[in-house]
Design a protein around this ligand. Structure first.
Ligand code: SF4
Length: 738
């Protein structure tokens, strides 16, 4: 399968998607027929889960005479209800991507040269088991660090724990949603999880702070957002850029980047001063209201206007709109929340605003997760490390989650040898040169390692540094641990199961972990013979029909989404120390941090530079989908947004190509300029994930520019270790002078 596909042709294929379970000749009259599908075959549809991003929508994979030919939405899945985004529809081309990793490879040249020889799985796993045994003996099991991403890495995660290393860290914590979950946990006693529990379909008002739904596409969330707006919900979009969401907004607040906490404090000031809070809810459930009121008294709209560039009248008007709509207000907690290093405090401010509106656990606000009981297997205790973690979770960063870990803490430990040397990395399902900022440091760490192993589907740039590359089967070719979606409004259990056997010599993650466990004499931690047996045990407490789960792909469970449901069930409402909402955080006070959020101005751009903002493209996921034939056809490169005035002053026209240079002299690959009135004059914006540097990915290589390559600085959140990345400044340089 090669060549580009036009947007019209792609959408035609997408529109042709139907539904059913076993459909002879499903590509009937009037429907587009995917390549390799004549329409006369017997077509089987297998219900499974998308993994083109981490939202895990339900899909039906159509297999015609053994060949995967189409992926479409599963109407029985409670999350996405039959709909998929462009990426979900394009999943079929991940399976058939000719650039896929096809067999295990062992390095032959120098590290960084990308020279490999093909080896068998036995050779690869024997080699890895031997190296891991050696490392454990010479440096202790903690010397091996694990960088997973996604549910498919969980079996390998069990193996790493059994091996004895506590050093596991995912970018989804320290580079994404960690501060948010910590901030809400401190306030309400529980984090938010994924999918975000936002009651968008029932709300009266949505407040988006730097969250660009529509460009950031999660199928069910976009559906609920559209449904809510369709039913008359109002929208406040706080964004330095006129995003897709801003274009639908009743109020677009083009805020000065980095001043969000000032705006949030001023909103609290108005709500309290004008008696617009949900007083009854606060009396019943919250601690610290008087202290909060005293704290925000000085943070008037006039004070915030001078900081944020948002007029005081607009701040008052939007606060009053929240007061009127309460408690049915979604202050969207966002997802990628590592911006300026004070991110836990910004999340706290958003959580406190939510509490003032009485919106936590109320219809149209933030709904509550419903715990789902899971079965387990008996196995020996995981070994306890005497040396503790090397990433600072729980020590340097007291509120970092041990489950999420601090990726950048592991990079630091690898470079410094402190608190003890890290000798090996196993990276699973992510590209650390794009997922972690300061890629130069990451590269230096990779060069220092004794062992670097990559388990992945595609040959990302990082494999150049790898000693061993293991090709994992795609999500359409494997079993993964089932998904227990406790934070969905309708909770559910869902199954990822193979539609086709793994292509080439790729293998599913469960098999890789189990085979390696056997070689490391850790079989006792995998006391199941097959994924079937594993599945049956972990869903056993739910008493569900396994055949129904296999056929439908997901089974909805009863939910208790609102506080009143918890009251009726006699459950704890807030799992904080006080058992109430903590507007003032005694935990933070105990750590010597501000118990109430406070605004601290971030450094502004030096003369001639612009703050670098970044975000998502609706048809791509991180840096991992740009090689997909269909998605590359829709968007093959990114552009840098720049306001008309500075563009004119610099002599730049729409479509010109520039190189971006940051204040440390790091330069991007060439990128087109998108000249627009839809962004402030002090910042530029680009979609994340482009500027691919892997020559083995033929479509993506060299297209557009990488925002990560320009992130040589970070502002680390002292509470949870997250890397604030909106602290880099760039200026355009004409490619001719690069
Ligand atoms: S949002 Fe799109 S890419 Fe993500 S899981 Fe759903 S369909 Fe797949």
């Amino acid at each position: 399968m090669s060549g580009r596909i036009s947007r019209r042709a792609f959408l035609g294929t997408v529109a042709a998607a139907g539904a059913g379970t076993l459909v002879p000749g499903a590509a009937g009259a009037g429907q587009a027929k995917p390549q390799g599908w004549s329409g006369r075959e017997r077509v089987e549809r297998i219900a499974t889960l998308c993994e083109m991003c981490f939202w895990r929508c339900g899909v039906l994979a159509s297999v015609a005479d053994g060949r995967l030919v189409r992926v479409e939405g599963n109407p029985d899945h409670p999350l996405n209800r039959g709909r998929l985004c462009a990426r979900g529809n394009a999943g079929v081309d991940l399976v058939h991507d000719p650039d896929r990793l096809k067999y295990p490879m062992l390095r032959t040249g120098k590290r960084g040269e990308g020279q490999f020889k093909r080896v068998t799985w036995n050779e690869a796993l024997d080699y890895l088991a031997g190296r891991l045994k050696d490392l454990r003996e010479k440096h202790g099991p903690e010397s091996v660090a694990f960088f997973p991403h996604g549910i498919h890495a969980r079996f390998f995660g069990t193996l790493m724990k059994a091996y004895g290393t506590p050093n596991s860290a995912e970018p989804s914590f320290a580079q994404c949603r960690g501060p948010r979950d910590v901030g809400y946990q401190l306030t309400f006693g529980s984090g938010l999880g994924s999918p975000e529990p936002v009651d968008l379909a029932e709300t009266k008002l949505v407040v988006l702070i730097g969250s660009h739904i529509g460009e950031n596409v999660f199928t069910s969330q976009v559906q609920a957002f559209a449904e809510g707006l369709g039913k008359g919900a109002k929208l406040i979009a706080v964004d330095p850029r006129f995003s897709t969401a801003a274009s639908k907004a009743d109020w677009w607040l083009p805020i000065k980047p980095g001043t969000d906490i000032a705006l949030l404090l001023a909103w609290m000031n108005v709500l309290i001063a004008e008696n617009l809070c949900d007083a009854e809810y606060l009396k019943q459930h919250a601690n610290g209201f008087d202290a909060l009121a005293a704290h925000v008294r000085e943070f008037t709209p006039e004070w915030a206007a001078a900081i944020t560039d948002i007029p005081a009248d607009t701040i008052r008007e939007t606060a009053r709109a929240m007061g009127e709509a309460k408690p049915a207000v979604v202050v969207h907690p966002g997802r990628h929340t590592t911006w300026y290093g004070d991110d836990t405090q910004r999340a706290r401010a958003m959580a406190i605003l939510t509490a003032l509106l009485g919106a936590w656990g109320r219809p149209g606000g933030i709904f509550l997760g419903t715990p789902i009981e899971q079965g387990s297997f008996e196995h020996p205790d995981f070994p306890e490390s005497e040396r503790g973690r090397a990433d600072g979770a729980g020590t340097t960063f007291p509120l970092a989650s041990e489950e999420g870990g601090v990726t950048n803490g592991l990079v630091d430990a690898t470079l410094t040898g402190e608190p003890y040397p890290i000798k090996a990395w196993i990276v699973y399902g992510q590209n650390v040169l794009e997922s972690i900022p300061q890629p130069l440091r990451t590269r230096q760490a990779l060069e220092k390692l004794d062992l670097f192993v990559v388990v992945d589907v595609m040959p990302m740039e990082q494999i150049r540094y790898a000693d061993l590359v293991l090709p994992e089967a795609t999500y359409l070719e494997r079993y993964d641990p089932p998904v227990f979606a406790a934070t969905a409004k309708t909770p559910f259990v869902a199954l990822r199961q193979p539609a086709i056997p793994p292509m080439h010599e790729s293998k599913p993650g469960w098999w890789i972990a189990k085979e390696l466990a056997h070689r490391l004499e850790l079989d006792a931690f995998f006391p199941w013979a097959s994924p079937d047996e594993h599945l049956a045990r972990v869903v056993e407490p739910l008493g569900i029909n396994m055949l129904e789960l296999r056929n439908k792909g997901a089974i909805a469970l009863p939910g208790r989404p609102y506080l009143e449901d918890r009251v009726a069930a006699g459950e704890t409402l807030f799992e904080t120390d006080s058992g109430r909402i903590e507007l003032v955080s005694e935990t933070l006070r105990g750590l010597g941090a501000d118990p109430l959020p406070r605004y601290t101005p971030p450094a502004g751009p030096p003369e001639g530079f612009f703050r670098l903002l970044y975000g998502r493209a609706p048809v791509h996921s991180f840096a991992r989908s740009e090689n997909n034939r269909l998605l590359n056809g829709l968007m093959s490169e990114n552009a840098v947004w720049m306001h008309t005035a500075p563009a004119k002053a610099l002599g730049l026209k729409d479509g010109d190509k520039v190189v971006l240079e940051n204040t440390d002299g790091h330069r991007s690959t060439p990128i087109r300029v998108h000249v627009t009135e839809g962004i402030r004059t002090d910042c530029v914006y680009m979609a994340h994930g482009f500027g691919n540097r892997s020559k083995a990915m033929h479509r993506a290589y060299g297209r557009g520019a990488s925002d990560t390559s320009l992130m040589s600085k970070v502002a680390v959140d002292p509470l949870m270790g997250g890397t604030g990345m909106r602290v880099n400044f760039v200026r355009p340089v004409k490619p001719a002078t690069s």
